[in-house]
Design a protein around this ligand. Structure first.
Ligand code: GUN
Length: 300
């Protein structure tokens, strides 16, 4: 039997509708309009698409948006000056610095400079530390979106065996920390596999939930998946162009084969991608509420 397809497009729409209501209430009751600044350094084609989508969706939702496009050769000092300005601008509740940054800029130094209260990406060490001890204000958007996908599509997380393939700071590591908390929508047993793992299949085959952020097409084949597992594919690999000149995207999972074995699976595109963006909007609304001492909406 073919797996249930977990549609990130559909679930992101549900969350979007919730945010629209929340934003109307914020404006009408409190006269608050959350503000998001997006910063892109250089012109990485994938980053241009992501930042464009983040700016467009924030505008559609009625979030105040400022976009900064800086040249590839920008030096660290210039970016730090911009971050300082945004840190002290009361119209701006969230600051997003699109990654990766050009090599002359020290990414850690930049992320450390963002006021943790405006760190809607959840990448500041303060926010990552809070996540680790179960006190997070902002969860990194991709793993946060994956948790929402699982919860809202009825996948049982509590007590599940979870295997994560990939240990990046923006997906694998925060994902593990989210799902292992003793909390609702978590409390799972988590294994993180990476390039140093001796036998990845021995872990993935035991997983009730398999989350893949490996950065390689077909990194996960059907023989690596437990029957009935929920498979979340974070991969975005561009493999050539369609006849119309659009990029063809595939994930890290051999979708056609794995969907015959899994119980549920996310497609690429239309799986994790739309969730990342809507969780950024969720974090921005939360940042605006926290800065005005209002109680944020609980989503887990
Ligand atoms: N690059 C890839 N994913 C992300 C993300 O979630 N946030 C930012 N800022 N950059 C990214």
């Amino acid at each position: 039997m073919s797996a249930k397809i977990i549609s990130g497009t559909k679930i992101a729409k549900q969350i979007r509708a919730e945010l629209v209501k929340e934003l109307i209430e914020l404006k009408e009751k409190h006269n608050i309009v959350p503000g998001l600044a997006t910063v892109l350094v250089g012109a990485n084609p994938a980053s241009l698409v992501y930042v464009g989508a983040k700016e467009r969706i924030s505008k559609e939702l009625g979030i105040y948006s400022e976009r900064y496009d800086l040249p590839e050769e920008t030096v660290e000092e210039e970016l730090l000056t911009l971050i300082d300005k945004l840190n002290s601008d009361p119209k701006i509740n969230g600051i997003l610095i699109q990654l990766p940054l050009p090599k002359q800029i020290n990414g850690t130094k930049i992320l450390n400079a963002i006021n943790p209260e405006k760190d809607v990406d959840g990448f500041h060490p303060v926010n990552l530390g809070k996540l680790m001890i179960g006190e997070a204000d902002y969860l990194p958007c991709t793993p946060y979106g994956i948790q929402q996908l699982l919860i809202r599509s009825g996948v049982k997380i509590e007590g599940a065996e979870v295997a994560i393939v990939g240990r990046s700071n923006i997906v694998g590591k925060p994902m593990a920390n989210i799902l292992l908390q003793k909390a609702e929508g978590a409390n799972a047993t988590v294994t993180v596999c990476h390039t140093g793992t001796r036998d990845i299949s021995s872990h993935t085959r035991r997983a009730d939930i398999l989350i893949v952020a490996a950065g390689k097409p077909k990194a996960i084949t059907a023989d690596m998946v437990k029957s009935g597992a929920a498979v979340i594919d974070v991969g975005v690999n561009r493999i050539g162009k369609t006849p119309e000149g659009k990029s063809m995207l595939v994930g890290d999972v051999d979708f056609e084969a794995v969907k015959e074995k899994a119980g549920a699976i996310t497609p690429v595109p239309g799986g994790v991608g739309p969730m990342t963006i809507i969780m950024l909007m969720t974090n921005t609304v939360k940042a605006a509420k926290l800065s005005s001492k209002l109680t944020p909406t609980k989503r887990i």
